[in-house]
Design a protein around this ligand. Structure first.
Ligand code: FAD
Length: 396
């Protein structure tokens, strides 16, 4: 009997782990991947869709490579519940699946109650987050297109940790690029709950000053506590209220709902602790959690590149365990985050992380990466290549 792995979620983490378990086991382990979306829609590069520089088609890729090239059973459905004791999962459509190993890569969900009025404003389509690429990406694009020249686009950022540390600053930058060209009297306000820009701060600030001048305004220590959809106002714990024409509020985030429901979010009820040798949950045997849903170690961002890296370590560990081989005692992770500051210029941050057995955790290797020092067209071409290459790697 072939061993069976059930993968929940077909994003950066789930699709990668599905492919690599098949590859590393010489196609001897059965992999079923359950994902509700018909195609893979990438969050990376989605800010450019919002700014009108790319289309949804540019960030959408099919799952067919996983099935046709690698024999992954891709099932369009979602997992409603998991029984870790029986090692079964129930699908939303009703069937029950048994597994030897389960990999949970559900991404993030939102803690709506942290900002009063936000859930209702979001449900009504008035205040969007567009922090999961898909229909909401285009809906935010439409709000920007409808905004008058001289209007204010405000983005509200929650306290770290959240999905993609540089993502909100990239969004503010490319929205400013669009407005500078099409609605030059407008303003971009960045309302950040954090003390300062959480990633590539000096590079972003330099780009804002040099490219956009007073059009972009950064306000730290602005922790949103309420929104009023009618007046498009956001309220803060300390600072004065801010009104905007387009209000883009990123809710406080936590691990995907299924992880919480299954009792795996054992880091403050928000994120999932894992054993970093194989990303097995510390709360349930034979369930491995990867991607944004995990409690990260020092210096590890919640990124697609990282989710892809977790997936490869996990695939190797699962194949080793199921085939009675020794597990790699010294896994490594890599990360690169490329951020557009306008349609063609990009800044990046990169790092390599090593597992240190005595501390049972990952640590950034000193001098292994760093940030780009100049904005150049070359970085823009690297960013295009990064996206093409990682999509090919994730999806086969
Ligand atoms: P996801 O990719 O979100 O995948 C989770 C999947 O699980 C989803 O497809 C979902 O449908 C599915 N799912 C959830 N629940 C269930 C269930 N119960 N049953 C079945 N399926 C389920 N990262 C970078 O590395 N570089 C970037 O440049 C970058 N830019 C970004 C820009 C923006 C605007 C945003 C929002 C994010 C960006 N990121 C970037 C971060 C990146 O998108 C995430 O870190 C990455 O998607 C995490 O991968 P994941 O597999 O954990 O989650």
């Amino acid at each position: 009997n072939k061993a069976k792995v059930l993968v929940v979620g077909g994003g950066y983490g789930g699709a990668t782990v599905s492919k690599y378990i098949r590859l590393l086991s010489d196609y001897s382990i059965d992999v079923m991947m359950v994902e509700p979306n018909a195609a893979f829609v990438s969050c990376p590069v989605s800010n450019l869709v919002i700014a009108g520089m790319k289309t949804m088609a540019d960030i959408t890729n099919p799952y067919t490579g996983l099935s046709s090239k690698h024999g992954v059973r891709v099932v369009q459905d979602s997992v409603a519940s998991i029984d870790p004791a029986k090692k079964t999962a129930v699908l939303a459509s009703g069937g029950t699946v048994t597994y030897d190993k389960l990999v949970l890569a559900p991404g993030i969900d939102f803690m709506w109650d942290q900002i009063e009025g936000l859930q209702a404003a979001h449900a009504a389509g008035d205040v969007l987050h567009a922090w999961k690429a898909g229909p909401e990406t285009m809906a935010l694009r439409k709000q920007l297109e409808a905004m008058r020249d001289g209007g204010v686009f405000a983005i509200s950022i929650p306290e770290a940790p959240y999905r993609c540390p540089p993502g909100p600053y990239e969004r503010a930058s490319v929205v400013a690029a669009y407005l500078k060209q099409h609605k030059p009297k407008s303003k971009v306000l960045i309302l950040d709950a954090n003390q300062d820009v959480t990633s590539k701060g000096p590079l972003f600030k330099k780009a804002w000053a040099e490219i956009y001048g007073p059009m972009v305004e950064y306000r730290p220590q602005h922790k949103a506590v309420a929104v009023d959809a009618k007046t498009r106002t956001v309220k803060f714990d300390v600072q004065d209220d801010v009104k905007a024409d387009v209000l883009n509020v990123l809710p406080v985030m936590r691990a995907g709902a299924l992880a919480v429901k299954t009792g795996l979010a054992n880091a403050n009820g928000r994120w999932c602790h894992t054993n970093f040798l194989n990303f097995e949950s510390t709360a349930a045997k034979d369930i491995h959690v990867i991607g944004d849903a995990i409690q990260v170690a020092q210096g590890m961002p919640k990124s697609g590149h990282m989710a892809n890296s977790h997936a490869k370590v996990t695939a190797a560990a699962i194949v080793a365990e199921l085939q009675g081989m020794e597990i790699n005692p010294h896994p490594m992770l890599t990360n690169v985050c490329m951020s557009y500051v306008d349609a063609t210029h990009v800044i990046h941050v990169a790092s390599v992380h090593e597992y240190q057995a005595p501390k049972k955790s990952f640590f950034t290797i000193g001098g292994s990466g760093g940030v780009s020092d100049v904005r150049s067209d070359l970085e823009g071409r690297y960013a295009e290549a990064w996206a093409k290459n990682i999509w090919a790697d994730v999806l086969g």
